[in-house]
Design a protein around this ligand. Structure first.
Ligand SMILES: NC(=O)c1ccc[n+]([C@@H]2O[C@H](COP(=O)([O-])OP(=O)(O)OC[C@H]3O[C@@H](n4cnc5c(N)ncnc54)[C@H](O)[C@@H]3O)[C@@H](O)[C@H]2O)c1
Ligand SMILES: [Fe+2]
Length: 395
């Protein structure tokens, strides 16, 4: 097999269940089609889930007006915090149970979208958020979710599982169920025009890492590779432009489509150790997800080249730095350099100490990273000592 075909699992060994993707409405101004999205899930009532930061931009009030003008009864929960916790989901669950039968309309970045999944499950089931780990089987399907992402992004609109902080256990848990995978998705790049430069850079790097980790994942398959390759191409092609000029609608559109494709990819393949480490870092110091990822990305990639030569060579081609005259390993190394340069250009690569991580937390963060379920998809197993070296190198 050549370097490119090593991207794929042996197809003769592959067993895959492919679900149809959500209905997607894509385009500048597509948010106006929200009432139709609600009708498509059979609901005339909407429980809107968002965060206060987004509310301050006016986007949430626009959404509420759109729904009310269409005669849809609404209620609002705007208490989702960045890197949401089981606490805020439990709080929202009380409110949604009182509101009664409704679709959940998730408006925001990954935090609001992920919280909405727990809220939609608890709206139809007893108990508290911590009961709905991804392995649990709920009594009833969750309420239908209509997702309106406003960052580009986590791609959280493509799956039914939220990354939620359990403050008591001090770890990230994956809450959700297939029934709360958003059924209707509105991808409106105009909603992302006001995202500040650093948040654009951080969330764009998240999408890029989804593409890269999906390509290199042990769970990669022809479907995920197709989505991930185009995701890396679109994000690498547009991130600098979107950060330098937030009003560039073409760059915003490419980023939003890229992040959605990266979400489809990761949902099929799983992610890897960069996510495992970033989740543990965020648990310890609250760093934004995209910045936590970027701080360790090139350290993890450069140590993974021998195990991920083929996939990283695909990354190099997708980022426009690959060469047919070079070996797969040279292309893989070029990908690592290109990722670092892109992160630096958009000023998203910060040392872990600047993200607030204490040096004496390194051992505990490394243990948390290796215990995270996503890390098991990494192309090679890192030891505790190696993860500590990554963290010290990025500190
Ligand atoms: N489920 C998944 O597949 C998945 C994948 C990756 C990450 N995540 C999770 O997603 C969360 C991070 O999501 P995120 O990076 O999108 O950030 P976020 O949702 O926390 O939003 C960051 C900030 O940006 C603001 N914001 C959002 N959209 C805006 C806009 N258009 N204009 C101005 N401000 C805006 C928000 O108010 C918030 O203050 C983390 O909890 C992470 O673990 C989930
Ligand atoms: Fe992510």
């Amino acid at each position: 097999m050549d370097a490119r075909s090593r991207v794929l699992t042996r197809l003769a060994d592959l067993n895959l269940s492919l679900e149809p993707n959500a209905h997607v409405e894509l385009g500048a101004g597509a948010v106006a089609r929200l009432p139709q999205a609600l009708a498509a899930v059979g609901q005339r009532r909407a429980f809107v889930v968002t965060d206060r930061g987004l509310r301050a931009t006016g986007i949430v009030d626009r959404v509420l007006d759109l729904l009310r003008e269409a005669g849809i009864e609404t209620d609002l929960f705007d208490g989702v915090e960045p890197n949401p916790s089981t606490d805020s989901i439990d709080q929202a669950a009380e409110q949604v149970r009182q509101f009664g039968e409704a679709a959940v309309v998730a408006v925001g970045g990954g935090s609001a979208l992920d919280a909405a999944k727990g809220i939609a499950l608890l709206a139809a089931n007893p108990g508290v958020a911590a009961d709905y780990d991804y392995r649990a089987v709920p009594q009833s399907p969750g309420r239908p979710i209509v997702a309106v992402p406003t960052t580009a992004g986590t791609g959280a609109e493509t799956n039914g599982f939220g990354v939620i902080e359990d403050r008591t256990a001090r770890c990230k848990v994956y809450l959700g169920h297939g029934s709360v995978r958003p059924r209707q998705v509105i991808l409106d790049p105009e909603l992302t025009l006001g995202l500040p430069a650093l948040a654009t850079a951080a969330t764009g790097m998240d999408a890029l890492v989804h593409g890269i980790e999906s390509l290199a994942s042990r769970g990669a398959n022809p479907f995920s590779v197709a989505y991930a390759t185009q995701a890396v191409t679109l994000v690498a092609d547009s991130l600098v432009a979107a950060v330098e000029d937030g009003s560039d609608l073409e760059a915003r559109s490419r980023l939003l489509v890229g992040s959605h494709l990266a979400g489809l990819a990761l949902s099929l393949s799983g992610l890897g150790l960069v996510h495992g480490i970033a989740h543990a870092v965020t648990n310890h110091c609250g760093a934004p997800h995209g910045l936590a990822l970027t701080s360790v990305l090139d350290e993890v990639m450069s140590r993974s080249v021998p195990a991920a030569t083929g996939p990283y060579a695909v990354v190099a081609t997708a980022m426009g730095v690959g060469s047919s005259a070079s070996s797969a390993e040279e292309n893989a190394r070029a990908a690592v350099r290109a990722v670092r340069e892109l992160a630096d250009r958009v000023q998203a690569r910060l040392p872990l100490r600047e993200l607030g991580l204490q040096q004496d937390a390194v051992a505990a963060v490394a243990r948390g990273a290796l215990a995270d379920a996503v890390s098991s998809n990494h192309p090679r197993q890192f030891s505790q000592a190696e993860v500590e070296q990554v963290l010290v190198g990025a500190w």
